[in-house]
Design a protein around this ligand. Structure first.
Ligand code: HEC
Ligand code: HEC
Ligand code: HEC
Ligand code: HEC
Ligand code: HEC
Length: 462
């Protein structure tokens, strides 16, 4: 029931058990009888979750409606464990805190590479080195906050944030999201595309569990849907399609199979059975609990699992012909996706008795790969941003809106053919994933963190 009468379609279950039933038009429900008294919970979107013991007679669950209005006066709660601040999420949700801390959501407002591009510093902190949003497009610096620091004031300078908002995409923000429209997706960014509901007293946590009956939690199916992630993972910024992961997902086979972002990025670790042990949490099915690392172990592992390369070599009269096929599977978007400068290198090297040889024929790497690889057999898969004079790579705030894009699409192989000299006896195939262009890495003095996703040798039979 609520204040005005019966509630139809509420999800009712024995707390912590997998099966639920729905209440009917009279608000009634039938659960199989249980010999021991147990807690029964009921939830419906728009209400707080309610619970009572099953031996109560009559058993009535009265659901309280959520407040109608978002309260802008709400003070965000810090995730960091701190015994002096009992509300801090990390005091009770230790394991989730550890997972989230290892994800880039926890550093989205202050990760060093992000800030170096934002304020024009380099790795050592020297000012005015290389790409700089603040120097080149000072009017645009507020734009980043919507997604990278969603609880910072809209015009805050991310170079010197303090307090909760410096934690970037943090627990309390994400769990105050009540709804997410996809109407102006890409154009309306981050928090401006998300409907928040903050209480003016007490607490509200939205989440994926429908049986947390502490009186401050509300179930929202949205938490299992890609739509939830969309407004931060789709963004036309300064007219350029910088982030396109959500629209790539819309067009993907994964979506057809019903796989949401969370299916792959928050897949249960299978080990967490209590979300707040010793702090009021109950034993739950570990397979029903999302993983807040946002990667299944690591991105490297997910990349290795999703990329497949194969090669066929044929010896001809005057050369060795090599056909290489690269394909991404089990992925919900193009590869690479995410930040616009992410790029993938396919490098094919042919060896005779000693040195690596240049191809006779076939696609060659440009200087975008790295000066040392220029001219070698290979391909780059990336979005290529150029400025209005056709020069690239350039930062997205200086780029033309029409972006050349040859990244891999899920399930669609890309094949290329090369010919090497006839004395080739062995091939080395490599796929390297890079987060930024080597020129940027060099100018900024960043540690090189190229990731070898594939590295295999193939011997040629003559
Ligand atoms: C980017 C947004 C985001 C952030 C940041 C985030 N969560 Fe979540 N959280 C979610 C989503 C989405 C789910 C539902 C996952 C699913 O589909 O199972 C979830 C689920 C949960 C649950 C239910 C149990 C579970 O693991 O599924 C709890 C509890 C929780 N989050 C607490 C936290 C805490 C504590 C933090 C910070 C340490 C945090 N969340 C940070 C989005 C977020
Ligand atoms: C409030 C905005 C926001 C929301 C909501 C959000 N993200 Fe993110 N996400 C970001 C930002 C910003 C980054 C990049 C941080 C950085 O590297 O500076 C990011 C990074 C990531 C990464 C890279 C993680 C890593 O450790 O490198 C993944 C994967 C990801 N998000 C998935 C998701 C999924 C899945 C959801 C929905 C359940 C989601 N995000 C919801 C803003 C958001
Ligand atoms: C004093 C301990 C404590 C603190 C502090 C705390 N939580 Fe929780 N939280 C719990 C308990 C207990 C549950 C329910 C556990 C259960 O039923 O197994 C819970 C459940 C949740 C859920 C699940 C709601 C649902 O219906 O899916 C979310 C989300 C959540 N907390 C987020 C947060 C966030 C965000 C913070 C910090 C702003 C926070 N919690 C701080 C103890 C705490
Ligand atoms: C079918 C599984 C699957 C689905 C669905 C999926 N992803 Fe991914 N995602 C992956 C894999 C595998 C990788 C690692 C390969 C890569 O980096 O492209 C990845 C990588 C990422 C990255 C890291 C990109 C980078 O290089 O920094 C982000 C961000 C991301 N996904 C966001 C999302 C969002 C947002 C959604 C939903 C709109 C989503 N993903 C849906 C499997 C999936
Ligand atoms: C629509 C939301 C959104 C907006 C607006 C946005 N970003 Fe991002 N940004 C993201 C997401 C999501 C990622 C993570 C993608 C991934 O991991 O590949 C990211 C990642 C990045 C990264 C890569 C960080 C790293 O260490 O790998 C940089 C740099 C960056 N953003 C710069 C900016 C700047 C500068 C602005 C402001 C002009 C900005 N972004 C505006 C969502 C946004």
């Amino acid at each position: 029931m609520d204040d005005s009468g019966p509630i139809q379609g509420a999800q009712v279950r024995y707390q912590g058990t997998p099966r639920f039933v729905l209440s009917n038009a009279e608000g009634r429900f039938h659960l199989p009888p249980n010999s021991d008294p147990q807690r029964i919970t009921a939830s419906k979107e728009g209400f707080f979750i309610e619970g009572a013991m099953s031996d109560l007679s009559p058993l009535t669950l009265k659901l309280k409606r959520l407040p109608a209005k978002d309260s802008e006066d709400y003070t965000w709660v810090d995730p960091t464990p701190n015994p002096a601040r009992h509300q801090n999420c990390g005091n009770c949700h230790k394991e989730i805190l550890e997972e989230w801390s290892a994800s880039s959501h926890a550093r989205s407002a202050n990760n060093r590479r992000f800030l170096n591009l934002y304020d024009g510093t380099d790795w050592q902190g020297r000012p005015h080195v290389g790409w700089s949003l603040r120097d080149e497009h000072p009017d645009g610096i507020g734009v980043c906050n919507a997604c990278h620091a969603p609880t910072a004031p809209f015009d805050a300078d991310l170079g010197n944030l303090t307090g909760v908002s410096a934690h970037g995409v943090h627990c309390d923000f994400c769990h105050k999201i009540a709804n997410a429209s996809t109407e102006r997706i890409g154009v309306t960014h981050g928090r401006y595309g998300l409907e928040l509901l903050r209480p003016n007293q007490g607490q509200i946590f939205f989440g994926s569990l429908d049986d947390v009956d502490r009186g401050e939690d509300s179930y929202a199916a949205l938490y299992h849907e890609s739509r939830y992630c969309a407004s931060c993972h789709e963004g036309v910024v300064f007219g350029v399609p910088v982030y396109t992961t959500y629209s790539e997902w819309l067009a993907s086979p994964a979506r057809q199979e019903g796989k949401q972002c969370q299916t792959c990025h928050m897949a249960p670790t299978g080990t967490m059975s209590n979300i707040a042990p010793g702090m009021g949490g109950i034993e739950r099915d570990p397979q029903a609990m999302g993983n807040h690392r946002f990667f299944d172990r690591s991105q490297a592992e997910m990349l290795r699992r999703c990329l497949h390369v194969s090669a066929e070599a044929a010896t001809e009269a005057d050369s060795v012909k090599v056909n290489v096929r690269i394909q991404a599977d089990q992925v919900g978007h193009r590869v690479p996706t995410g930040f616009v400068d992410r790029n993938l290198l396919l490098i094919v090297e042919a060896f005779g008795v000693n040195e690596s040889a240049m191809p006779i024929d076939g696609p060659r790497l440009s200087g975008l790969a790295a000066p040392s690889w220029k001219g070698k057999a290979g391909k780059i898969y990336a979005k290529r941003l150029t400025d209005f004079d056709g020069k690239g790579p350039v930062p997205f705030w200086r780029a033309r809106p029409d972006v050349e894009d040859n990244r891999l699409s899920p399930g669609q192989p890309d094949s290329s053919e090369w010919r090497f000299s006839s004395d080739t006896i062995r091939l080395r195939l490599r796929v390297i994933y890079r987060q930024f262009w080597p020129e940027t890495v060099k100018t900024k003095g960043w540690p090189v963190d190229d990731l070898a996703v594939v590295d295999q040798e193939i011997s040629i039979r003559h």
